[in-house]
Design a binder for this molecule. Structure first.
Ligand code: SF4
Length: 381
């Protein structure tokens, strides 16, 4: 297919595809899916080989957020029956992080619900970063605390944070449909503050919120312009009790096309398969490893992921390898000092239900997290 040949050539040169080319990837048919995956896989291997970076989430503060992001189970007025707790103490967070590192994670993501941190919150997180680094000197730490105000990014950097995450989530044009308590521009501002402070920026999207393919292309192009080092791609987990609970409109095939499009637009960036992979890609997850070079290990903030061991087995079975702490994730030209890139079981067998890939609700696959951080139960890593 000419389109795919063009996109591979551009990806290998780190050249920006046109919007039309990116849209055309999302419009390809299921018959062409393996060709699309193979083409984007060439770009992935050029910049990241067969390595898969593992990341581990620690939810420092869960629920009770005053913001109204419609996709979020922690939002104002959410009826989702998630774990709710206030700030974990540094030693509790460090213990949670250690489980992820022991499972093979090289980055720990410290996340807190809320509009943004107070200066006291930044102190608290700084102590947590120090506690984690004392135990695991080499682990990368990414903070995700919401909108940053003056000096906070610099203080996090000084405390030893390596990166800061703040997602754009959706296109600028549809942002107001998803959230009313802050703007797309607020989010861009925080990513820029992180970059200015010398933190590696992590910013991504959520697909499956009722957006059009054009919106998906818009947000990925906005991300390319912002030039973060990592781009998490989330697929909406339609939590019961949130406004988007009925938005079951993704198929595994379309998820793969979205990941391929993201890889073509951001060829040399850490593209991270994030929340919703088990729910929407299901048995197709191994194919996604040909497109992304990074995943989360274990559970998510408020929902459960598949067993950490299953992730490791999937990576090995698909012919990939877990990226070690001694390997730098990004290609040389993107490392520090370089400029932005070139432009239940009953025991009885029941009759099988017909399975379709129409994006039909799979509420059976959404499990609220009840273990790990904020509980007395062991984490899943
Ligand atoms: S995404 Fe963040 S800011 Fe928005 S409701 Fe959830 S926790 Fe609050």
């Amino acid at each position: 297919m000419d389109l795919l040949n063009t996109l591979v050539e551009k990806g290998l040169r780190r050249e920006l595809p046109t919007r039309e080319e990116a849209l055309a990837v999302l419009a390809t048919s299921d018959d062409d899916l393996l060709e699309v995956v193979a083409a984007a896989g060439k770009v992935r291997r050029q910049w990241f080989g067969r390595r898969v970076k593992l990341n581990y989430l620690v939810n420092l503060k869960s629920g009770l957020c005053p913001e109204d992001c419609s996709y979020c189970s922690q939002r104002l007025g959410s009826k989702a029956e998630i774990l709710k707790y206030t700030w974990l103490k540094p030693d509790e967070a460090s213990k949670a992080a250690a489980a992820g590192v022991a499972g093979g994670a090289k980055r720990v993501c410290l996340v807190a619900s809320g509009r943004g941190p107070t200066d006291r919150d930044v102190d608290r997180v700084s102590q947590t970063i120090e506690a984690i680094k004392e135990q695991n000197e080499d682990v990368e730490i990414c903070a995700c605390l919401g909108l940053l105000s003056d000096g906070q990014a610099e203080r996090l950097r000084a405390a030893g944070a390596d990166a800061y995450n703040h997602n754009l989530n959706t296109s600028e044009g549809t942002y107001g449909d998803i959230t009313t308590t802050h703007t797309f521009a607020d989010r861009v501002d925080t990513v820029r503050r992180a970059q200015t402070a010398g933190l590696s920026a992590c910013s991504g999207l959520i697909a499956g919120m009722g957006e059009s393919d054009a919106d998906l292309v818009d947000v990925v192009f906005s991300l390319r312009e912002l030039d973060p080092d990592s781009v998490p791609v989330n697929f909406l987990i339609p939590f019961e009790g949130t406004p988007l609970a009925k938005e079951w409109n993704l198929t595994p095939q379309h998820c793969l096309r979205i990941l391929a499009m993201t890889r073509f637009v951001c060829p040399d960036v850490e593209v991270r398969l994030s929340g919703g992979r088990e729910v929407h890609l299901r048995s197709m997850q191994p194919l996604a490893l040909h497109l992304v070079n990074s995943i989360f290990l274990g559970d998510y903030l408020t929902s459960e992921g598949q067993e950490g061991r299953a992730d490791l087995e999937m990576i090995a079975d698909a012919g990939f390898e877990v990226e070690g702490a001694d390997t730098t994730t990004l290609p040389e030209h993107r490392r520090e000092g370089c400029g932005p890139c070139g432009s239940g079981d009953s025991g009885q067998s029941a009759p099988a239900e017909p399975v379709t890939n129409t994006g039909a609700p799979r509420t059976d696959l959404v499990a609220v997290r009840r273990r790990g951080a904020g509980t007395d139960l062991a984490p899943n890593a």
